[in-house]
Write a new protein. Structure first.
Length: 282
């Protein structure tokens, strides 16, 4: 009965330890899921911050470009107006001189020829000024178009680079998560196999002990009257066998616990290596 009670206590302790291990794995998986969600949220927040900063930078650059264009237009208008004022002043001075010359001179024919030639020269000079202004405006417009094309091309390249970096980060994260899930499934399968092997070993040990006990009981019934000393010795031998089986079982459990600790240590080292690689990559 004491042996039976010990076996029931061992089974109960094994079931409780297995239930405690399952609960611990669930807690670890929940922590891993929470860490993964928090990591995804941080990545989304960083990407959103980068996008907002990029949009703000683009807006600032566009405002600076518009203000520069307005200033250039105002400067060209002011320069044209100054040239026009100087030309008008020159024309007025020349007209006043011509009127005075006309009043002082009686050569109307010479005055008409000179006036015609002066008008032609002024007209040619104004046309040359207008042509130069048109050529300068066309050059500035072409330069503006080229700068705009280069700016749009650089923005497209930056967007492509950010998308490529985000895609690479998601791919690396999925690969690490897949490797971790594969290791977790393999660990569960190994644990289930170890449990089945332990249960089979315990059942075999119990059958052997029960058969030995039955044989001893039969021997005791046959020679109880003649060999009480032999019964005591047989009982001691049976107890020694049970103790040897128990000692062998304890040794196996210690070896399994050591192997499990080594496996967990190896897994922690592997996770530390992955974390260092991830930090260096970031």
């Amino acid at each position: 009965r004491s042996f039976y009670d010990q076996k029931i206590l061992q089974k109960t302790f094994a079931r409780w330890k297995e239930w405690w291990t399952v609960c611990r794995e669930r807690k670890l998986s929940l922590r891993a899921e929470n860490h993964y969600r928090h990591f995804l949220c941080s990545l989304v927040l960083q990407a959103w911050r980068a996008y907002v900063c990029q949009q703000q930078g683009e807006r600032n650059k566009y405002c600076v470009a518009e203000s520069h264009a307005r200033k250039q237009k105002l400067l060209r208008t002011w320069q044209c107006w100054l040239v026009y004022v100087d030309v008008q002043r020159t024309k007025r001075g020349m007209q006043s001189v011509a009127v005075a010359f006309k009043e002082r001179s009686y050569l109307r024919v010479s005055w008409a020829v000179w006036r015609r030639q002066h008008y032609q020269k002024c007209t040619g000079h104004q046309m040359n000024i207008l042509a130069l202004q048109h050529w300068a405006q066309s050059l500035q417009f072409r330069a503006w178009l080229q700068w705009r094309e280069l700016y749009l091309y650089s923005q497209d390249e930056k967007q492509k680079e950010t998308r490529a970096v985000t895609h690479h980060q998601h791919w690396e994260l999925r690969r690490c998560l897949g490797a971790w899930l594969g290791y977790l499934n393999l660990h569960r399968v190994k644990k289930h196999q170890n449990g089945l092997a332990q249960e089979l070993h315990r059942s075999r040990t119990l059958r052997r002990c029960f058969s030995d006990w039955r044989q001893l009981l039969e021997c005791k019934r046959r020679i109880r009257a003649h060999q009480r000393d032999l019964e005591k010795q047989a009982a001691r031998i049976a107890l020694w066998r049970v103790f040897a089986h128990w000692k062998h079982y304890v040794v196996l459990r210690v070896e399994e616990s050591q192997q499990r600790e080594l496996a967990e240590e190896h897994y922690r080292h592997h996770l530390l290596v992955l974390q260092k690689f991830w930090n260096r990559w970031k």
